[in-house]
Every structure is written in structure tokens, then in C-alpha cells.
Design a protein around this ligand. Structure first.
Ligand code: ZN
Length: 194
């Protein structure tokens, strides 16, 4: 810690969390809260873990979503993040709050794409950080995942399966390989419609 840094008290951090959630809503991710506080107070020294604990202790963390506690207009979307068998397989399942109006038979699946891409991107980032995957096609570290989605948004609950193809870089030849592989494998992924 440098001389310029200060360590804020729990109460000070709690105030910040409360005011940020007041502005942005309680679904605000802990990383985002950290970023926003840090941007406002660059001299503060505090960890993500501490922030998360303060938030939890004061019952400010979003409750794990199940239909009863969902905000109005939101439903649970089942998200499956899948690693291909060639990488040892593996699947991670998440319940994501999602706007109901994007999942009706008359809604355009394209409208759901930006939010879906954001959610998938965050989950993928966490998984990649945790498991430190290597590129599918070379020995380098994976810095991105080519994602290939299939899903049934009108199913109850809506389901999205995202197959991940970790690559060293999207722009490399490995990225091109991943695209080809993803296309080939997508034809084999079975998504139940009911
Ligand atoms: Zn590679």
C-alpha cells in the first residue's frame, strides 16, 4: 500500500454500495460496484472479497433467482455453458433472470441476442479465469472463447446452450479452426423444445 492509499471503513463502503444500488439496481454485479467505487475514489484500497462480504452481511446482495423473488417482467432462463468432449467435456448450469417479453412466441430472437451475449460473456470470462483453459488448437493460453449458441427461448423455462471453444486468439488461425469446429458440432447438439 502506498502512502497515498487509504483503507475505507465497512460503513463507508456500505454507503457506497447502497447509493450505487439505488441508482443502478440491486442486480449490479460486485465487480461493477468495485469498478464504480474505484473510479470515484482511486486512492481507496479495498478488495472485491471484502466488498462482497459487506454487501452480503447487509442483505444487499441479489437473492439467488427463483421465480418468486424475480423482479416484475423477468423470468428464469436456463443457461448451459458446455465444453466440447475433445476438451474433456463439462457443463455449467446457471439460472439467469431474463426479460419475459424476449421469450414469447412472437418475439424476435434477435432482440434477445445483445443481453444474451452479455450474460454469456460474463459467465465465460469467469469460467476461463477459474479453469485457465488452453487454446483448443495450440499450446497457448486461451484468451477468448468462440461461443456457439443453440436454444429454445419459448420453452418453459427458456433454455440456451452455449458451446465454448477456447482459443488463444479469435484472429489467429486457431480462431478460424474454432469456428469450423463449432459449426460442425452444433449440428450434433440436441436441444429439447419442451
Ligand atoms: Zn491457438
Amino acid at each position: 500500500m502506498s502512502a497515498l492509499e487509504t483503507v475505507p471503513t465497512d460503513d463507508v463502503l456500505l454507503d457506497e454500495i447502497q447509493s450505487l444500488q439505488g441508482i443502478h439496481g440491486s442486480e449490479l454485479g460486485i465487480q461493477k460496484i468495485w469498478d464504480l467505487i474505484k473510479a470515484e475514489h482511486p486512492e481507496w484500497s479495498f478488495g472485491l472479497k471484502r466488498l462482497r462480504e459487506i454487501r452480503k452481511k447487509n442483505n444487499l446482495a441479489p437473492t439467488p433467482p427463483r421465480n418468486s423473488s424475480l423482479p416484475a417482467g423477468q423470468i428464469i432462463l436456463e443457461l448451459k455453458m458446455v465444453l466440447p468432449d475433445i476438451l474433456g467435456g463439462g457443463a455449467w448450469e446457471y439460472d439467469e433472470p431474463f426479460p419475459a417479453h424476449l421469450c414469447t412466441p412472437t418475439s424476435d430472437p434477435k432482440d434477445a441476442q445483445p443481453l444474451l451475449a452479455k450474460i454469456i460473456g460474463e459467465r465465460e470470462f469467469d469460467l476461463r479465469a477459474k479453469y485457465k483453459w488452453k487454446c483448443l488448437f495450440c499450446p497457448k493460453k486461451a484468451t477468448a472463447c468462440y461461443g456457439c449458441q443453440s436454444g429454445a427461448l419459448t420453452r418453459t423455462p427458456p433454455l440456451v446452450v452455449n458451446a465454448m471453444y477456447p482459443v488463444c486468439s479469435m484472429k489467429s488461425l486457431c480462431g478460424t479452426f474454432a469456428l469450423t469446429e463449432a459449426k460442425r458440432r452444433m449440428n450434433e447438439v440436441h436441444v429439447p423444445s419442451k
